[in-house]
Design a binder for this molecule. Structure first.
Ligand SMILES: Nc1ncnc2c1ncn2[C@@H]1O[C@H](COP(=O)(O)OP(=O)(O)OP(=O)(O)O)[C@@H](O)[C@H]1O
Ligand SMILES: [Mg+2]
Length: 261
């Protein structure tokens, strides 16, 4: 077993509800470990607290209690060591592809030549060579998410945090990007925490899948995906695992849905 890269320990998080001003518990006693080089998927129903958990790991916000360790050190703020790819396309519209990718490097004291070389390498890794000078509005959704992945990777993060990065894409583009991501993961050996509410995606990508309860998010169940890395969606083990995980998730969604009259 590889060493523990990220350890989430007994995290609680509430927001103040905009409805009644009372605390709204969103994450409740969540603990899990992520191992170096692992591809961990986290699935949960809409609004259960997935993004909140990822933002806590990114250091974008603080937990009410509990702690999160990276290589044994407590996470206190954001760091380029944790690269984030967001749910919505979060590119700078006024910057070209290459300038979007270079963004984080501008604060690292690199020369323009070094930045140019490094950003070109990662633009190429995500399959966008030739688009360096395009602007986000000239790209498809899939291409925008490729840029976002390159922008996160160029900083050589220890951990890549991905929040439903393919959620807004059509099914075909989504499948292509899943394969691309697996190729990049094999090439870079990054630790990845990948949030999705798509069970098929989680079983296709993950070494392990954590299923969350409805809000407030707790860990409901953990699945090891002991399938070969050339996964086939039609494979019987794949189909059975997908069904088992989907059943866990549906239980949460059913409880949430209003009673029919
Ligand atoms: N800044 C905030 N202030 C108040 N409530 C918030 C805030 N951010 C999130 N919430 C609430 O916390 C809950 C969990 O939000 P979160 O974004 O973590 O869910 P999610 O699982 O990522 O949902 P989705 O699948 O729709 O992306 C939701 O009920 C949301 O309305
Ligand atoms: Mg979310």
């Amino acid at each position: 077993m590889n060493k523990v890269k990220v350890e989430v320990k007994n995290i609680f998080k509430s927001y103040i509800s905009s409805d009644d001003g009372k605390p709204l518990p969103v994450v409740e006693d969540v603990s899990f470990k992520v191992y170096e080089g692992e591809f961990l998927c986290i699935v949960g129903s809409s609004g259960c607290g997935k993004t909140t958990i990822l933002r806590l790991i990114a250091g974008l916000q603080d937990a009410d209690s509990g702690e999160i360790l990276l290589d044994g050190n407590k996470i206190k703020s954001t760091s380029s060591k944790r690269g984030m790819v967001f749910q919505e396309f979060a590119l700078f519209p006024w910057r070209t592809v290459q300038k979007n990718v270079e963004f984080g490097l501008e604060y690292k004291g690199m020369t323009p030549e070094e930045r140019n070389e490094l950003s070109k390498k990662f633009v190429s890794m995500v399959g966008l060579s030739g688009y360096e000078n395009s602007y986000p509005h000239q790209l498809s959704g899939g291409m925008k998410q490729r840029v976002a992945i390159a922008r996160a990777l160029v900083n050589d993060p220890d951990v890549l945090l991905m929040d439903e990065p393919f959620g807004a894409l059509d099914a075909q583009t989504r499948n292509i990007l899943q394969d691309e991501l697996l190729r990049i993961w094999a090439e870079t050996k990054k630790t990845i925490i990948f949030i999705t509410h798509n069970v098929d995606e989680a079983v296709y990508l993950g070494d392990r899948v954590l299923v969350l309860t409805k809000r407030p998010a707790k860990i409901k169940k953990e699945f090891n995906i002991n399938l070969s890395r050339r996964r086939k969606r039609t494979n019987i083990e794949f189909v059975m695992l997908r069904k088992e995980i989907l059943d866990e998730l549906m239980e949460e969604i059913n409880i949430q849905s209003p009673p029919s009259i």
